[in-house]
Design a protein around this ligand. Structure first.
Ligand code: ZN
Length: 430
């Protein structure tokens, strides 16, 4: 009786799982090669017109664009490209199949590794939350847990303050990093968690100075509602999960267009259903408000802000409207040192990091976390796009260790450079 009941349960669970990614059935991801700027403009127009999901922005002669196209839009999309002779190819034949494979890889990963650290898998919100709680209670002299407040759906958004001096020494700079502002970018949270691990649980002799000289704020899950939704329902969800006053069925805003800087001007869609809908007003989302509050509370000491995304191998800085902050040379210096450190450890199949102004290298944006931190006075503010290895957002879990390790090296380099810039400023003023 019990066994039969169990089998029935398994069958039901299996049936639910089998259809989990049906919404992406027949969706394809196309790679597109640019010959010139007008190819790139054509693709940009098509993305807007056909409401396509851009997986990767292309760069002339360096990087192919990757765009997800639903079956109903494929004909119009390919005709427009072919009419102009733009070269394209199928990167992912069926996104639903790719998602299923991704799930299977993750399951196999879990089975093969009975002990997986918190930064070695795509853990759920509850497990990550429990880890933050455990670290704080285990290392009370070093770690302070802060509950910033509730997400739209009521999850606590927590972050750690890591300091040998309880954040009381003004001669130390603060390094603030956050991850998972975009829900589908799963590999970002392991990087934040690994940073906690390396600073608190596994501080190595060569990194003693990073803990001694710098205070850290690490928020591993900016958008937990979106993240949980990618696990339970829609793997490629990007936005928050708030109910919009302007639309009955479409939910959420692009949190990385929701900050109060040039709000709603470039790189956004007015369509509430679009991936880059910025919201009705700046900081409409509680989640972005918490990031703002941290930046404002510690503004005189936050020397570097790292807003972590996936994917594409970019280290980007402001501004999204093509203008440059006055310390652009320093921003480039620290960003380039980070890219070089990560490139030194990269896998052969990964691209080299490209470093520069986000609008010049990629596309114009407004309301980004990167620009907000920069414009209010954080000296070094970056968007980091981790490697995707051609898998887009579906980075197989066997790459997590690699990404964690190489990114940690990049973070360490930026922390030390930021420290020296901070000391110069601090000594001049005190
Ligand atoms: Zn992102």
């Amino acid at each position: 009786m019990e066994i039969r009941y169990l089998l029935l349960l398994c069958a039901v669970a299996g049936a639910v799982q089998a259809g989990k990614h049906d919404q992406y059935s027949g969706h394809q991801v196309f790679g597109i090669k640019f010959r010139n700027a007008s190819d790139s403009e054509l693709l940009h127009r098509l993305e807007g017109l056909l409401e396509l999901d851009t997986w990767q922005h292309g760069v002339l002669e360096q990087r192919d664009a990757m765009v997800m196209v639903p079956p109903g839009k494929r004909e119009a999309f390919l005709k427009a490209l072919d009419d102009e002779g733009v070269q394209h190819y199928v990167q992912m034949d069926d996104v639903a199949e790719a998602l299923k494979k991704h799930d299977d890889e993750i399951s196999a990963w879990k089975r093969a590794r009975r002990t997986r650290m918190i930064f070695q898998d795509y853990w759920r919100y509850d497990q990550i939350d429990a880890y933050l709680e455990r670290i704080a209670s285990q290392y009370p002299d070093l770690v302070t847990l802060v509950n910033a407040g509730k997400s739209y759906e009521g999850r606590d958004i927590k972050y750690l303050k890591i300091s040998t001096t309880k954040f009381n020494d003004p001669s130390k700079p603060i390094y603030f990093m956050d991850a998972m502002i975009h829900a589908r970018e799963w590999v970002t949270t392991p990087v934040a968690l690994y940073s906690i691990y390396r600073l608190v649980e596994n501080l190595r002799s060569q990194d003693q100075d990073l803990l001694r000289d710098i205070d850290w704020i690490i928020m591993p899950l900016v958008n937990p509602d979106g993240y949980e939704f990618t696990h339970t329902d829609t793997r490629l969800w990007r936005k928050t999960r708030s109910v919009l006053p302007v639309h009955e069925t479409c939910l959420g805003v692009d949190a990385n267009r929701n900050f109060d800087v040039l709000f709603g001007t470039t790189g956004v869609s007015e369509n509430p259903c679009a991936l880059t809908y910025p919201g009705t007003h700046a900081f409409s989302e509680p989640e972005t408000g918490y990031v703002r509050d941290i930046l404002q509370e510690h503004l005189n000491r936050i020397q570097l802000y790292m807003n972590i995304h996936s994917h594409g191998n970019w280290v980007l800085f402001g501004y999204g409207d093509h203008s440059l902050p006055p310390n652009a040379a320093q921003l480039h210096h620290v960003g380039a040192a980070m890219g070089a450190a990560m490139d030194a450890m990269k896998l052969p199949q990964a691209g080299y990091y490209l470093v520069g102004n986000s609008a010049s290298l990629l596309y114009g944006t407004s309301g980004s976390a990167q620009d907000y931190a920069q414009v209010i006075g954080v000296p070094f503010s970056y968007t980091l796009e981790l490697p995707g290895y051609g898998f887009g957002f579906l980075v197989p879990p066997q790459f997590i260790d690699q990404i964690n390790e190489e990114t940690w090296q990049g973070i360490a380099v930026t922390a030390r450079l930021a420290r020296s810039y901070y000391r110069a400023r601090y000594n001049a003023n005190n």
